[in-house]
Ligand binder design. Structure first.
Ligand code: PXG
Length: 444
């Protein structure tokens, strides 16, 4: 790691940057600056190696600063920095779409590119509504999401998302309703998928009775909820949701922004759970987090519906897209990232390391304030008893205590979330949980 270890910025110089999802005042008074990265580690401005137990923000699972991605991005910038995304194309976009559809299950065969997970979600929602309009059912406008879900921050994703704190400042944005979440106290300390609660999916029947299927465009869920603290689907839940969507002809959207590209031990959660959605949202690990990119993958019948309704050959079938859809540099990064993913068999590696991770995370049971531990693949969460009136207080304290001891963890509401890189070694996992053990053990 060759990085300048001095942050060199004064308090005044920190002021202008309005940081996202951050306590700006706290950060600017106590800056935690990252200045370098390599493999599973960050380098902090004060010169310390910090183990990245969250893969950045769930996106850098193949390790930081992968030379192959750097080389591909540099080559692409020197060859073609930008090409218009509309009416003209460049070869890497087509190569990447083929590459993704070779990995996705069933007839999830058409890829629409965007620049983030939030854009992927809003694209998927618009696609669903337009699809029903084209099928002669313009009344299907409502979306069914799920409590505690995170679907990004654009208007659609905020609306179908189920984290109240992310919605309350914005008012009602889209017509949506939320299924119950699947975090049940009787499943506390389950290893892997919880046993109880598959019947929670049957709530969709109530929604269909209440709103009528003819008014519902789609159901959107994360296969497991990441941001809310790794909330897992009970065994059989996703299968049931799929059955009910098929029965009532509702589109099922899987938001695989976190679960896509290996996190569950297969390419996609759809593979792991053998439940195939109609539309899949991707981002994050698609480029190993190196360049922003998102994608929406649709079933063939959805794409063909747009084509059949398109009018003249030159007519635009889906009036949607971004200046930077399929940006050449992002495509180059994604192709290089997917090479690494496949050549290094990283989904398999995740599967192999997962039992070790599971044993290690559950080793924290019994520590003070630990009220639940959840894990699946290389994702896990430790839920802490909420400090009266301030549920985030203990997780923040733990995260900052870990940072001081060379470990980056994420706090998510009342939980600590972990999503280590797939290339992590057992020693890294040992280090992670020994630090967490010390820090949680020392909580006041
Ligand atoms: N869907 C899901 C399931 C996500 O997890 C998004 C959409 C939005 O992606 P973009 O690229 O627009 O941020 C996400 C993002 C956390 C955390 O702390 C998670 C995300 C983002 C930031 C923090 O768990 N997920």
């Amino acid at each position: 790691m060759n990085a300048d270890v001095s942050d060199g910025l004064t308090r005044d110089e920190l002021e202008a940057y309005w940081m996202p999802f951050t306590g700006n005042r706290d950060f600017k008074d106590h800056p935690r600056m990252i200045v370098g990265g390599d493999g599973c580690y960050y380098l902090s401005a004060d010169g310390r190696r910090i183990f990245d137990s969250v893969s950045g923000l769930w996106c850098c699972g193949f390790g930081h600063n992968r030379r192959e991605i750097t080389a591909a991005v540099s080559r692409q910038l020197a060859t073609l920095d930008y090409a218009p995304a509309m009416q003209f194309g460049h070869p890497l976009a087509f190569q990447l779409a083929n590459r993704i559809t070779a990995m996705t299950p069933a007839d999830l065969d058409y890829v629409f590119f965007c620049n983030s997970g939030s854009e992927a979600v809003d694209t998927a929602l618009k696609m669903a509504r337009a699809y029903w309009c084209l099928k002669g059912e313009p009344g299907r406008t409502k979306f069914i999401g799920r409590a505690k879900a995170y679907h990004g921050v654009n208007i659609g994703g905020t609306s179908v998302g189920g984290m109240e704190s992310n919605r309350e400042l914005y008012g009602e944005l889209l017509d949506s309703a939320q299924l119950s979440h699947t975090l049940l106290p009787e499943n506390a300390f389950s290893r892997g998928l919880p046993e109880k609660g598959a019947e929670l999916a049957d709530q969709l029947e109530e929604f269909v009775a209440r709103y009528d299927a003819g008014n519902i465009a789609a159901v959107i869920v994360e296969p497991f909820a990441g941001s809310a603290g790794v909330i897992l689907p009970p065994r059989g839940y996703l299968e049931r949701l799929r059955e009910l969507c098929t029965k009532h002809e509702l589109l099922l959207i899987f938001d695989e922004v976190i679960t896509g590209f290996g996190r569950t031990g297969r390419n996609f959660a759809a593979d792991t759970f053998a439940v195939i959605p109609d539309i899949m949202c991707l981002a994050k690990a698609l480029t190993n987090g190196s360049v922003p990119m998102g994608a929406v993958v649709a079933r063939s019948e959805i794409y063909q519906t747009f084509m059949a309704a398109g009018g003249h050959d030159y007519a635009i079938e889906f009036p949607h897209g971004y200046t930077y859809s399929a940006h050449p540099v992002a495509c180059a990064a994604a192709l290089a990232a997917l090479d690494i993913f496949e050549q290094e068999k990283l989904a398999e590696r995740c599967r192999e390391l997962a039992p070790y991770f599971e044993a290690a995370i559950h080793g924290l049971q019994g520590l003070p304030y630990v009220v639940d531990i959840r894990n699946f693949g290389l994702a896990g969460a430790i839920q802490l008893d909420a400090y009266p009136g301030e549920p985030a207080r203990r997780p923040v304290e733990v995260a900052m205590g870990c940072w001081d001891k060379g470990l980056y963890v994420r706090y998510a509401g009342d939980s600590i979330a972990l999503a280590p890189p797939f290339i992590a070694e057992k020693d890294d996992i040992d280090f992670t949980f020994s630090v967490l053990n010390d820090v949680i053990g020392a909580l006041p």
